[in-house]
Each structure stands twice: as structure tokens, then as C-alpha cells.
Design a protein around this ligand. Structure first.
Ligand SMILES: [Zn+2]
Length: 274
């Protein structure tokens, strides 16, 4: 299984000379099986570049959306396959509060967009799996899901294929007030995974101001990874204000932690073979 990062920034795109190394695009990850099947996770601005790769084949597209916050759907109108005639695109939306399962397409309306949803020529199908304890098969990947602790709700995904498992837990506040999912439940959900991709937008200094805003501190997601014995931790959803220099300094501090987890701040353009 291969995992590639097309956008690692949270909340808002952050292009510029201070974010060249870690990237400025928002949430988008590509998961590929050894035999070439693909899943796309989230449609932040990172999905625009990914679309350039998908227009060269006719494979059905499978897109899982964690939630409808703009940094997770903003790239969709610029994903070129949606303009391909009869291209099959399957979208797995997450239940949000309020429930707006088609928001990713419906954002293309009114004064928000020059191109309206009804003008899209792809065959876009929405899927609403009944998430339970049983995994769902999506394009040959085995997928489980758990709600995230985040304003307006959303979902995380546990994805298995080729005897490897990754957990995609973006925009999750591990110690949220009124958390839907406890630390112990997260620990059992991600235990022993080969790769945990987890939100680490905040630093300890961001609290208590940002308590309840829906993101975790780097220290919290590192502790979760250690306690859950994950092999690799990709810290994700970087604060748009965080510069390359600051992120490199943080990586230096992470490297000093004595643990068995390979923990790193994820970079746009980075690819990991599991
Ligand atoms: Zn969010």
C-alpha cells in the first residue's frame, strides 16, 4: 500500500515562500493498493493537482469525505474528472450537523461558483454506507469508520489492504469537551496501525483559547500514537500560520522523544510505501 499527501494544511490554504517545504494546500490524501486501486481522502485544494493524474485513465473514482468544512471540499470544483463525460465518481460523504451530504457538489451554485453543479458531465453518485462494527468494502479496500470529535461532526476512516492498515483521523480533538469518542476508544481504534494520519494543528500554547475548536495538539497525537503502538505517525492539518522554519523546529523536538513510533510532520508531495 502506498500513501501520498497532496495537501497537509488545515483550515485555509497557505501558499507563499514560508510554506514551500510542507506545502500550502489543504486536506487531500491518495491511498493506493499494490495492484493500483485507489481511494482519495478529502477534497481540499490538494485534489486539484491529483485530478491531473486521474484524467489520464478511465478508472472509477472513489472519494471519501471526512466532513464539509471548506478546507476539505474546496478543491472539488477544480478536480478535472468532474468535467469528463460519464466519468464514474463515487462520493462517500460523512454525516454532519446539520446533515448536508451533498454539500461538496452543492457548493457550486449561486454566487459562489461560475460553474453550477448541474453543468457537471461526470456520473457522480453519492454513497451512504451504514457504518457499523463491520468493515465496508470500497474499491477492494476494507474500511471502518468512527465519528470525529469536531464541531459539525464528521468521520474518520480505518483502511486496510495488502495486509497493511492506515487510520485517517483529520480534524479530531482528542480531549474535546463533550467528546463523542474517548481517548481509550481512539486507542483501540488505531492500535498497531502501520500509519496513523492524525490532526496536530495546535501547540500546547494554543490552549485554553482554542479548546473546543476541533483540533489536537501535536503532543496529544504523539501520545496517542505511542500508547497505541502505531508504527508511523503522520502529523497532519498544519496551522496555516505555521512556517517551514517553525515546523522544522517542531520536527527536531519530536525527534528527541524516546519512542518506537516513526513520527513526522507530513509534507505535501510526500509518498510513503508501507
Ligand atoms: Zn474541520
Amino acid at each position: 500500500m502506498r500513501v501520498s499527501f497532496y495537501g497537509t494544511r488545515g483550515s485555509c490554504p497557505a501558499p507563499g515562500k514560508n510554506t514551500v517545504k510542507y506545502g500550502g494546500n489543504t486536506a487531500c490524501v491518495l491511498v493506493e493498493s499494490d495492484d493500483g486501486r485507489k481511494l482519495i481522502l478529502d477534497a481540499g485544494t490538494g485534489i486539484r493537482a491529483l485530478g491531473d493524474e486521474f484524467i489520464n485513465n478511465n478508472d472509477d473514482i472513489f472519494l471519501l469525505i471526512t466532513h464539509n468544512h471548506y478546507d476539505h471540499i474546496q478543491g472539488f470544483p477544480f478536480f478535472k474528472p468532474i468535467y469528463q463525460q460519464a466519468r464514474n465518481i463515487n462520493i462517500y460523504s460523512s454525516v454532519t450537523e446539520p446533515d448536508e451530504p451533498r454539500a461538496i457538489v452543492e457548493q457550486m451554485r449561486g454566487s459562489y461558483s461560475p460553474i453550477f453543479a448541474k453543468m457537471l458531465t461526470a456520473n457522480i453518485q453519492f454513497k451512504f454506507p451504514n457504518w457499523s462494527q463491520q468493515p465496508i468494502n470500497i474499491n477492494g479496500f476494507s474500511v471502518l469508520s468512527k465519528p470525529i470529535n469536531h464541531p459539525n461532526g464528521g468521520r474518520s476512516f480505518l483502511i486496510s489492504c495488502d495486509h497493511k492498515t492506515i487510520a485517517y483521523v483529520s480534524d479530531n480533538e482528542l480531549n474535546a469537551p463533550n467528546a463523542k469518542v474517548s481517548k481509550a476508544q481512539w486507542q483501540s481504534f488505531v492500535e498497531n496501525v502501520d500509519l496513523l494520519i492524525h490532526d496536530g494543528q495546535y501547540l500546547d500554547a494554543d490552549l485554553p483559547l482554542k479548546l473546543g475548536w476541533g483540533h489536537s495538539r501535536i503532543s496529544e497525537c504523539l501520545n496517542l500514537a505511542i500508547d497505541s503502538k502505531v508504527k508511523n505517525l503522520a502529523i497532519y492539518s498544519h496551522d496555516p500560520e505555521r512556517t517551514d522554519v517553525e515546523l522544522e523546529q517542531l520536527q527536531g523536538e519530536i525527534d528527541k522523544v524516546n519512542c518506537t513510533v516513526n513520527a513526522f510532520l507530513s509534507k505535501e508531495g510526500q509518498s510513503i510505501q508501507l
